[in-house]
Design a protein around this ligand. Structure first.
Ligand code: SF4
Ligand code: SF4
Length: 145
């Protein structure tokens, strides 16, 4: 669902994904309650891909925000800073400034109410996403804990 590299799903496809995720969460919750340990259902290809890519990802992810920029559409509302789970954004002169400890969750991009944050020129054309079951207010509360 990363806006920088692909469109977020929408419509029927999104509904199917969210329903599948709810089923998975229910199953995992039951397993935890019963103390059941399962291996993740990764294919050998996925395991190889992970082994090759994850070290580089974890080395570079904190600097991913160097590609982020803000357009003149920004209204200085502060939502991006309030929803960032890494406390990685300050508003300086009423504009977001990233501090290079990014986790690349893309919450700032997806939740900006005026889509003013871009990670490259393609961002504006891509679908933005918020889980319909979770409000922006709830996400702001989560980061204040
Ligand atoms: S959420 Fe968007 S409009 Fe609000 S301060 Fe951040 S970039 Fe500006
Ligand atoms: S909200 Fe996510 S993508 Fe944006 S700066 Fe914070 S950690 Fe990085």
């Amino acid at each position: 669902m990363l806006t920088p590299i692909q469109d977020a799903p929408a419509g029927e496809k999104l509904s199917r994904i969210l329903a599948w995720a709810d089923e998975q969460v229910a199953t995992i919750t039951k397993d935890i309650d019963r103390g059941i340990v399962r291996k993740l259902p990764y294919s050998p290809f996925a395991q190889l891909f992970h082994a090759l890519m994850y070290p580089r990802f974890s080395r570079t992810v904190n600097d991913a925000d160097r590609k982020f920029s803000v357009t003149p559409a920004c209204t200085s509302c502060g939502t991006c800073a309030e929803v960032c789970p890494a406390a990685n954004i300050d508003l300086v002169d009423d504009r977001p400034v990233w501090k290079h400890r990014c986790e690349l969750c893309c919450a700032c991009i997806h939740l900006c109410p005026v889509k003013a944050i871009e990670a490259g020129p393609a961002t504006a054309k891509r679908e933005h996403y918020r889980n319909p079951a979770v409000s922006v207010a709830e996400l702001k509360l989560r980061t204040k804990k």
